[in-house]
Design a protein around this ligand. Structure first.
Ligand SMILES: [Zn+2]
Ligand SMILES: [Zn+2]
Length: 187
């Protein structure tokens, strides 16, 4: 069975070198769904608590919300950074508090202080799914990710490992010592 969680992400991007309207900078509210698959955890009668999927995923996803997402070779990137620098917001602002930890994968690097994500490939809906899976597949048994942005929709299915041990009292993953970080249960 699956537990499913959905997020809204507001972001700006463009398709650099694309022949179409999307070569111009524009914004979207994208909707990302993450489906976590496993057996039903008998103790709590859930696959995985959706609020815990939310918490785990949002730690990384909040770096994409109210963010500018540009490809690493896009000349807009140094131009934007120059303006952010000159206006004193490149290295953060007191109001920029919704920040996740910076991350760097093969496909994307997040700079939370200036709400920028730099990607290796063009950030299409397909590209976003690849980025999100790489960031989260070790933490969650992800079976499917769907990303909807405007009239563009993509989804991908993944084979799950199905061997994450979960707390019988609150449902979240146990750490490597068999301890629940939320309620303190020990196997
Ligand atoms: Zn777009
Ligand atoms: Zn627990």
């Amino acid at each position: 069975m699956r537990s499913i969680t959905t997020f809204d992400l507001q972001y700006a991007h463009r398709f650099y070198k694309f022949r179409g309207e999307a070569q111009y900078l524009h914004g979207h509210t994208g909707t990302l769904s993450i489906e976590v698959e496993d057996s039903v955890n008998e103790g709590v009668n859930m696959v995985y608590p959706c609020n815990e999927i939310q918490k785990t995923a949002w730690e990384v996803l909040k770096n994409f919300d109210h963010a500018l997402i540009l490809r690493e070779d896009d000349p807009l990137l140094p131009a934007v950074l120059k303006v952010y620098e000159e206006t004193g917001i490149k290295d953060g602002a007191p109001q920029n508090t919704m920040k996740g930890p910076a991350f760097k994968t093969e496909l994307a690097t997040a700079y939370p202080d200036c709400r920028l994500v730099v990607t290796k490939e063009t950030m299409t809906v397909e590209g976003m799914i690849k980025i999100v899976y790489a960031l989260l597949h070790e933490k969650l048994n992800i079976a499917k990710i769907t990303f909807i942005s405007g009239c563009n929709v993509a989804c991908a299915e993944f084979s799950t490992r199905n061997n994450i041990e979960r707390c019988p009292l609150c449902g979240i993953s146990l750490d490597k010592n068999g301890v629940c970080s939320k309620c303190g249960y020990k196997k």
